[in-house]
Design a protein around this ligand. Structure first.
Ligand code: SF4
Length: 453
């Protein structure tokens, strides 16, 4: 169903944030409020990355545009490239109230209404001068590196960027887990491409040979950060959960989804975040919400699908004001399923990059996604699960109604279904979504035998 209510969200905090970084609280302007150490650290990391990007050409640095799922961040970093993540630029534009204009720009240039709105937002931003969140122009790419994981749109997106920037594209073909597992041949296929094609082509553009020890060093740093991130995710098994694993979770995955996996900065960030989370458990605190600390944990939910970014805080409040905490979400795992047995292995650099790319959430078959969600529902003791189906994201929304039915049968836990969009405010129907959520929460309450107050 298409929702056409215009977004009426108030302006959201501005800043150099490739992921939402500053958790909002009531009171003084966001910039004046005290932050947790990890929030401040992330803000500074991201600001410094965008500054480095703005200076990249002057500093003689090469720039690599790439996508989040299946990314090869450690390899890119070991070769001295600075990464730019177009879908993160798009979500930033959504949160900063700029996406509607960018999408309109792209539609005027001929891109259809049904195209993924991340793509149109990014293309519109490019056509409007490619100004990043710090107000400075993002550098043009020296190379477009595509790890092809599950979503065909990624490929078409880079074809369009290639036409505009006239720069080379390197494609790592990542076999889809159609049969629900990775075989040794699949792994070898990816390793061979990395060794024989991706690395030599990147080396030629970088003008230097890959330092394998540096790659392994970065992979070891990744594993360290991944362990702490898993501890943060799994803290949501406590009651009350000290975190919101979806609305809060998108802040937590910011560094590891974007440019910082395999860096000391990411290790320090996740160590600090883990300590803060453990301190919240010790104090019996629930998650931070847009209205401050959550006062009660009435419902524990698992969520499938990405959030809406243009009305992110309105959307979040629809949960937090009802005492609904998201204890686990698949969206926060699209940059890596580190809690399912995979963490980067510095002893086997190419194999681990291959396993990472093949194992990311977007590369899983529908039955695997259902299994994973069922596992989260059980392990996080969820009262319900919710699917936010995104109008223009074929990769995520296809099969979601079937997933809903399969999950209800498998777990006996009731599912809810809402529809919105990533960054097109025309498709966030606030009243409609709010009504559906209210009905869903009432149903959860009724199943408990309690009255809904
Ligand atoms: S996964 Fe969805 S949002 Fe991402 S590029 Fe593909 S269609 Fe767009």
């Amino acid at each position: 169903m298409k929702l056409t209510t215009l977004n009426d969200s108030p302006a959201q905090p501005r800043g150099p944030l490739p992921m939402p970084v500053t958790l909002p609280h009531p009171g003084p302007p966001v910039e004046d409020r005290p932050r947790d150490g990890s929030q401040q650290r992330q803000k500074e990391m991201i600001a410094s990355h965008f500054k480095a990007l703005a200076r990249a050409k002057a500093d003689g640095k090469k720039v690599c545009y790439t996508f989040v799922p299946g990314n090869l961040t450690e390899l890119i970093g070991a070769l001295g490239f600075l990464p730019v993540l177009p879908e993160i630029n798009a979500l930033q534009s959504g949160m900063r109230g700029k996406s509607a204009a960018y999408i309109s720009e792209a539609e005027k240039a001929g891109h259809s209404e049904d195209v993924c709105t991340y793509v149109k937002c990014d293309l519109g931003m490019m056509l409007a001068g490619n100004i990043g969140p710090t107000g400075e122009k993002l550098p043009d790419p020296d190379v477009l590196l595509l790890s092809y994981t599950g979503c065909f749109t990624f490929m078409k997106w880079f074809e369009l960027l290639r036409e505009h920037y006239k720069c080379p594209v390197i494609m790592l073909h990542v076999p889809y887990q159609g049969d629900g597992h990775v075989t040794p041949l699949m792994r070898q296929y990816v390793v061979d491409q990395l060794r024989d094609k991706v690395i030599p082509e990147l080396e030629a553009i970088a003008g230097k040979k890959l330092d394998e020890a540096e790659l392994s060093r970065r992979l070891a740093l990744s594993a360290e950060a991944e362990r702490d991130l898993v501890a943060v995710w799994e803290s949501a098994k406590h009651r009350p959960s000290p975190i919101d694993g979806y609305f809060g979770g998108v802040y937590y995955v910011g560094p590891i989804f974007s440019s910082f996996r395999g860096t000391e900065d990411a290790v320090a960030y996740y160590r600090e975040l883990r300590q803060e989370t453990e301190a919240r458990i010790a104090q019996g605190l629930g998650p931070v919400t847009p209205d401050g600390n959550a006062e009660r944990e009435r419902y524990r939910l698992v969520v499938e699908g990405p959030p809406n970014w243009t009305s992110f805080f309105d959307f979040w409040r629809m949960f937090s004001r009802e005492g609904a905490t998201v204890v686990a979400s698949t969206y926060t795992r699209v940059g890596g399923l580190y809690d399912q047995g995979f963490q980067h292995d510095p002893a086997h650099p190419l194999e681990t990059l291959a396993d990472y790319a093949m194992g990311c959430y977007t590369n899983l078959s529908l039955p695997q996604r259902v299994e994973l969600l069922a596992k989260y529902i059980r392990e996080y003791a969820a009262d319900g699960f919710l699917i936010n189906s995104v109008k223009s994201c074929n990769s995520f929304s296809v099969g979601q109604l079937q997933m809903l039915r399969a999950l209800e049968e498998k777990t006996g836990v009731p599912g809810g279904f809402i529809e919105s969009d990533l960054v097109d405010p025309r498709y966030f129907g606030k009243a409609n979504i709010s009504n559906r959520l209210q009905s869903y929460f009432q149903m959860l309450e009724a199943r408990r035998g309690g009255g809904y107050t």
